[in-house]
Write a protein that binds this ligand. Structure first.
Ligand code: F6P
Length: 543
């Protein structure tokens, strides 16, 4: 691998020169010049179809981006990740979310232990437990079956479970109510348990570390809520289970380690929805559907690991993200799922992409001199069209978009699905080709209004299509983005698997907590923080 700084590498310099040549080329001209472009710049693998023809690229751009991937050692880095090398260098950890969906007969070793057999052992415990709860064999303290499941977690211990629950709601057991608590704001827990019977409620405390302030605070309050109804510590064992890597802390909380589902330090929080952190998902959709989701993840893993880069969906997506972030200066990527079940997918991707690649220090400790991780955001279509698409179509910023859609809906209702998908195709078409001033004039628009009604176009997008939203498809989609994020991190030469940037705020909050409880304390922060704390202490009522 070439250790020259990224911005001095041959392929990078070639891309800079190439960018100057094509920065003003319009997608209209690119499509006119190549009538087959829409078929040529598309790729289908593992059941996902990616049309990337509406990007501001030529065959030369792809050639240079692929050369960049080679020069950055992407192939070796993929192998290193799948092999279990400790590529999370700042935490000296392997990065093996791919082992969570490895086939039973595979072997992957971390520090001499075969992690695949450990993964399957936990999956079996999860399946057995889920089946008992789903069949009503797991009884609450008073002998009633469990009807409500509340997952308490935050970050990767919440966003994945919530997203997957919403995405797979169609497959979920309607007899079970699912709620998700993440925020330390007491409103979150209060609203989540509102109307629930304690003796029919199971709490899953999901926390890799089992020390996270928000989760532990919520878990303790949930415990009190339960005991207010059931009045006996013995009830905890029937109504609390834990998902964690920290057995000692789980026991200290009072949860029997028999009711703990483990995972490992080589699973990053934002890469953990297919580990035991997915227990709520398995409870909702059942072990078979969960297994189907894992198969989907695995299919995309195999594609990423083995496909040539020019036919490799995550590699193509990742390189395009680099192209816009670093050469066009785009700051954001809009993820626009045209499926209501994927309404939390953009929020999930935010943590995946931004906690992974929001870094400005390269692996060798130097400060990067190029932009890294873009801001991911989005809302399901068609709602976004009536809200923020105006800015994407006619604003001053270039916002690459990923449209996600399905050939078939899970809820056929008259013409709804055709209308929904017509909007996917129309939006991507409008963004790319726009509407010229001449066309606007031909419609009889008065001259003063023409500029307002003109669409310059040349706004890039990807369209990702799949047959229908099954558990398997969800696994493929998530793995697609996981590996795209990885590809970007390799190019940017950063550690995509640590998250030191979340630490400082946590430490400062811990310092401020006792200052809020004790208004007499002398405040030694800056004048702004001191004033804010003082104001809070004088106006906050403790009733
Ligand atoms: O604060 C960030 C973070 O560490 C995330 O990376 C993680 O997903 C989240 O907190 C929750 O951590 P835990 O699962 O240990 O409670």
């Amino acid at each position: 691998m070439d250790h020259k700084p990224l911005s001095t590498r041959e392929s990078w310099l070639a891309l800079e020169a190439h960018y100057q040549n094509i920065r003003n080329t319009h997608l209209r001209d690119l499509f006119r010049a190549d009538p087959m472009r829409g078929e040529r710049m598309a790729c289908e693998a593992a059941g996902l179809y990616l049309d990337y023809s509406k990007n501001r690229i030529t065959a030369e751009t792809m050639h240079l981006l692929l050369a960049l991937a080679e020069e950055c050692g992407l192939r070796e880095r993929i192998e290193a990740m799948f092999r279990g090398d400790k590529i999370n260098i700042t935490e000296n950890r392997a990065v093996l979310h791919t082992a969570l969906r490895a086939r039973r007969d595979q072997h992957i070793y971390v520090d001499g232990a075969d992690v695949v057999s450990e993964v399957h052992a936990v999956l079996e415990c999860m399946s057995a437990f889920s089946s008992r709860v789903r069949q009503g064999d797991w009884k609450g303290y008073t002998g009633k079956r469990i009807r409500n499941i509340v997952n308490i977690g935050i970050g990767g211990s919440d966003l994945g479970p919530v997203m997957a629950y919403e995405a797979l709601r169609h497959y979920s057991d309607p007899a079970l109510i699912f709620r998700f608590v993440s925020n330390v704001d007491g409103t979150d827990l209060s609203e989540a348990v509102r109307g629930l019977q304690a003796d029919e409620t199971l709490f899953i405390v999901s926390s890799k570390t089992f020390t996270t302030l928000e989760t532990m605070t919520n878990a303790h309050s949930a415990r009190q809520w339960l005991l207010r109804s059931l009045h006996d510590e013995a009830a905890i064992a029937r109504h609390f289970v834990a998902v964690s890597t920290n057995e000692a802390e789980v026991r200290r909380f009072g949860i029997d380690s028999a009711n703990m589902f483990g995972f490992w330090d080589w699973v990053g929080g934002r890469y953990s929805m297919d580990s035991a952190i997915g227990l709520s998902t398995m409870l909702a959709v059942g072990p078979d559907n969960f297994q189907a989701m894992l198969s989907g993840f695995h299919a995309m893993d195999e594609h990423f690991r083995t496909a040539l880069f020019d036919r490799n969906l995550p590699v193509i997506l990742g390189l395009l993200a680099v192209w816009y972030a670093d050469f066009f200066g785009s700051q954001t990527v809009a993820v626009l799922p045209y499926d209501q079940y994927l309404k939390r997918f953009p929020a999930y991707l935010q943590q995946l992409a931004m906690e992974s690649n929001g870094k400005h220090i390269a692996l060798d400790g130097s400060i990067v001199d190029y932009p890294t991780g873009a801001i991911y955001w989005g809302e399901p279509g068609t709602n976004g069209q009536h809200s923020f698409y105006q800015l994407i179509h006619q604003g001053t910023r270039l916002i690459p978009c990923d449209f996600l859609g399905f050939f078939n809906t899970l809820n056929p209702l008259d013409n709804h699905h055709n209308l929904l998908m017509a909007n996917v195709f129309a939006q991507a078409e409008a963004l790319a080709f726009g509407k010229s001033a001449d066309d606007v004039r031909k419609e009889g628009t008065p001259e003063w209004l023409v500029p307002h009604r003109t669409f310059e176009g040349n706004r890039p997008s990807n369209v990702i299509l799949a047959d229908r939203l099954t558990p398997e498809t969800l696994g493929k989609l998530v793995a697609l983005y996981e590996h795209s994020v990885f590809t970007q991190g390799v190019i940017w030469d950063i550690d995509s698997f640590d998250q030191w940037g979340v630490e400082l705020g946590k430490v400062l909050a811990q310092r401020i907590v006792p200052e809020l409880a004790n208004p007499e304390v002398t405040l030694t922060h800056d004048s702004s923080t001191n004033t804010l704390i003082h104001l809070y202490n004088t106006r906050h009522s403790t009733h």
